[in-house]
Write a protein that binds this ligand. Structure first.
Ligand SMILES: [Zn+2]
Length: 525
């Protein structure tokens, strides 16, 4: 293996520069970097300008730094209604207090009505001999279910503690569409979701971007009239109409012989929405490789620039600054572009610095890129993604979710050793981080991809400090207006994560062969 590339004095990754980018991008002035909002436009201009100043070349549309991503913004209006009725009894749920949700039909008004059927976790996973539907036809019905998956400590069953894609709420709605349901209502509990109701409410009670529903030869593809969540309390009221409780059904949904339970309840809804075209954009810059042939191949670094914009006020603050999530990742991306562009001897393959839009709305910017790539998947070595790094001191470790599933793993371990970092496994596998950031869009396209995540161990801090900080961040600041820049943050760990990706990316860019997933991996190409 080549010697450690010298992080030359002027090329070296600077914690201070990353800090300044993070500070700027999370100012109130940037209004939370909302997709389709002014703050988002300023953010992308800033990132493009920094790429240009760094000496990275434009890689977007028509010689610009921007790749246009055409989306549709759907904002359910507060007069939305959801109710459940049986016999003479009915319960009306209150918008934001009790429920959030959206119609996927991209029309200004959607009304729906259907029989409620409880389907446990809503999972059909043949590889683990699990089927919550048992062949029951749910066409035209409203699914009531929990997110997450059957609890497991057995690696041979739903990958043990780790959340699989079956446990993600996105899977639930996709499965509901596949089965012809009219709607799907997730009953929120903090343990099944992994976060509190405020996170659900803040993420859903606002304009949500979607890919445009494109009419094909068979007409407009099917779409749910309602996908949403109710609070646990609202769920209790709904289930009480059927003589059931949340705890009882949570227990039932853990059993392999679970059968769908028709609740005998009719769900009715009216989902008025404001619809508009959202012309948003990814920011893309390259530093061409030095090898005549290999420069047609690319190492991608990605970080989403968007956050939640201006939304529901919490304690009088309506700006969702997203300092950690993900101004930190953008700061790293800009600094990596600068350091790479200033290398006197460029690596053999090209490097692409890609700041994607609409991650918070479902990783749409990266999904769009994967469908409209600047370099074909077969010419893309890897995606190294950054999302929400912790500026809490000097790290002792680095967390790589999913690296062990790729042929890059031995190299990833060697580089950790060289940089004096342990590799820690994901401390919260049950959170399903692998499915929750943009590298997943690349993985879906068959490209080896993972995130370089925040550290778990910090120098001079008690063991498990990173986990403690995660718990604090996740419960108090994640997707809240209080995810704000703090002047006393120490960006050393963020710099270390950037250096790690820089060296790893450079080694991959210089290797003879392209990386791959390990044989047998679900993403193997
Ligand atoms: Zn994020």
């Amino acid at each position: 293996m080549a010697a450690l590339p010298v992080l030359a004095q002027d090329g070296s990754i600077s914690a201070e520069r990353i800090r300044e980018h993070t500070r700027f991008l999370s100012l109130d002035l940037l209004e939370g970097r909302g997709v389709g909002q002014r703050g988002g436009d300023i953010s992308t201009e800033y990132i493009a300008t920094e790429f240009a100043l760094a000496g990275a070349q434009p890689a977007g549309d028509n010689g610009s730094y921007f790749q246009k991503v055409p989306l549709v913004g759907v904002e359910t209006t507060p007069d939305a209604q959801l109710s459940a009725a049986v016999g003479g009894k009915s319960v009306d749920f209150r918008w934001l207090e009790d429920f959030v949700g959206v119609s996927r039909r991209q029309t200004p008004q959607t009304r729906f009505e259907g029989e409620a059927i409880f389907v446990g976790h809503g999972i059909t996973a043949p590889e683990w001999k699990w089927d919550d539907f048992k062949g029951v036809d749910v066409k035209g019905k409203v699914l009531v279910l929990f997110t997450n998956e059957p609890a497991s400590n057995d690696a041979g069953f739903f990958e043990g503690r780790a959340l699989t894609y079956y446990g993600r709420w996105t899977y639930k709605y996709e499965e509901a569409v596949r089965r012809g349901a009219v709607g799907a209502i997730l009953i929120h509990t903090t343990p099944t979701a992994g976060y509190g109701w405020e996170v659900v409410r803040n993420s859903w009670g606002r304009e949500t971007p979607f890919m445009k529903l494109a009419a094909g030869p068979e007409g407009t593809p099917p779409a749910l009239a309602f996908q949403g969540w109710v609070t646990r309390e609202a769920g209790e009221k709904l289930l009480a109409l059927a003589g059931k409780t949340v705890d009882e059904l949570l227990a039932a949904s853990e059993k392999r012989d679970f059968q769908p339970i028709p609740l005998g309840v009719r769900i009715r809804g009216s989902m008025p929405a404001k619809i508009r075209d959202l012309d948003t954009r990814n920011v893309a810059a390259i530093v061409p490789g030095s090898d005549a042939k290999l420069k047609d191949e690319v190492v991608v670094f990605s970080a989403h620039w968007d956050h939640l914009g201006i939304g529901t006020p919490v304690n009088g603050d309506a700006i969702y600054n997203g300092a950690i999530d993900n101004a930190t990742g953008c700061g790293i991306l800009i600094e990596l572009a600068r350091a790479w562009a200033s290398l006197p001897q460029k690596p053999r393959r090209t490097a692409l610095f890609l700041s994607v839009t609409a991650e918070e709305g479902g990783m749409l910017g990266s999904e769009y890129y994967a469908a409209h790539p600047l370099y074909a998947p077969g010419k893309t070595a890897i995606d190294l993604n950054y999302d929400a790094l912790y500026p809490f001191g000097r790290a002792k470790d680095v967390v790589l979710t999913g690296a062990e599933r790729t042929t890059v793993w031995p190299l990833a371990q060697q580089i950790a050793k060289r940089l004096n970092l342990e590799i820690s496994s994901d401390a919260q596998p049950e959170q399903g981080h692998y499915f929750r950031s943009d590298h997943f869009s690349f993985a879906h396209a068959g490209i080896p991809a993972f995130s370089i995540e925040h550290a778990t161990e910090f120098l001079g801090k008690p063991a498990g400090y990173g986990h403690k900080m995660w718990e604090e961040y996740n419960s108090q600041h994640y997707h809240q207006p209080s995810d704000e820049f703090q002047a006393d943050w120490d960006f050393t760990a963020v710099q270390q994560a950037a250096e790690y990706g820089f060296v790893l990316g450079m080694e991959i860019a210089n290797q003879d062969k392209l990386p791959d997933w390990r044989p047998g991996d679900q993403f193997h190409r």
